[in-house]
Design a protein around this ligand. Sequence first.
Ligand SMILES: [Zn+2]
Ligand SMILES: [Zn+2]
Length: 389
Amino acid sequence: MTVPIAKLSFWGVRGSTPTVDPATWRYGGNTPCLELVAPDGSQFILDCGTGLRMLGSRWGVPEGGRGHGTHILVTHYHWDHIQGIPFFSPLYVESNEFHFYSFRSKFLGRDSLKQVFEAQMATPYFPVDLSAMCAKRRFKEVDGGDVIQIGENKITARWLNHPQGCLGFRIETPAGIVVYATDNEPGDPKLEENLRLLAADADIFINDAQYTPEQLATTRRGWGHSSWKEGVKIAREAGAKTLVLFHHDPDSTDRMVDSILRNAREEFDSVFAGSEGMVITLGSPDDGVQAHMPGTRTALRREAQFRAKVAGVTEGGKEFEEETVVRDLSLQGALISLAHLPKLQSELQVIMETPGPDGLQMMRLRGYVVRIDQSPEKGRIAVGVVFTD
Ligand SMILES: [Zn+2]
Ligand SMILES: [Zn+2]
């Protein structure tokens, strides 16, 4: 019997507007777009932010076909959730077919999402006419409380607390439950109950974490967003297993998101910060939920031989320190072989012996764990870090 596995990819995690500031590159600057491939091959795209363009540029037919097709769930019509649509190249290929789901907005009326397509590509806002978008597009209206069955997967939509409305989606696959709850603010008991219903026993609970709890209590109240603290609270109450902090504020640098993640991890065991390129698999036999990060280092890599001392925190939360040799180094990061398994997205202190003008000198660096791979050396793992200063 084969084990059902679902794959969740993060193509855009930034809230409100894309960022290109180098201080935000580690978590990424594209606005919301997630892709979930269910065990039966059905493909779900959650929101159409600027991350959608990247997904389109990597478009291919998966091995074994695309199950029950591609289903695009749009949470609401704010710019950051729709602006990738005109730049999604598979929409310009006649043989493709897409099923879109979104709600009827009281500001737009019938066929709201279809109208959004037309408006986005209307003259003089876009150079290409809508008629060039020749893929088959089917639109379906969904309302809070609706349940849709697609192949082996059950999707439930519920209203969240956000200006002009926003839907949260719960996708139950045979490999596990993924809940996508972006753009929501605490404070409305009925809609908060919706959030708990969505998140109940979820394997992955993706929640709005745009602001710090302090911002949320003061200057950003009423702006329609949430904080890591609310996410932890709901995850606990609803029995969600892994929390993913999502919709990072455009003004939050990587350092700020690091500290938000650190605070959340102090109060909840399994937390990740949504990161562009991150892939989470569900249902694998050895470990239910596994996160992987992309190869982020684009700089030239050099084979090296530097003795180093590495200190950090393990998966289980224990502090460790060990000596190793760094063999692969670039200006941005290194691949380090370790006997300990550090937590993904945690900080490591790397003290490296490097040759200087007066012989060997100690270089002290702060590394951020972006990937964990098998190592060719027995009993060890290869840990990819990006240096953060
Ligand atoms: Zn948003
Ligand atoms: Zn919004």
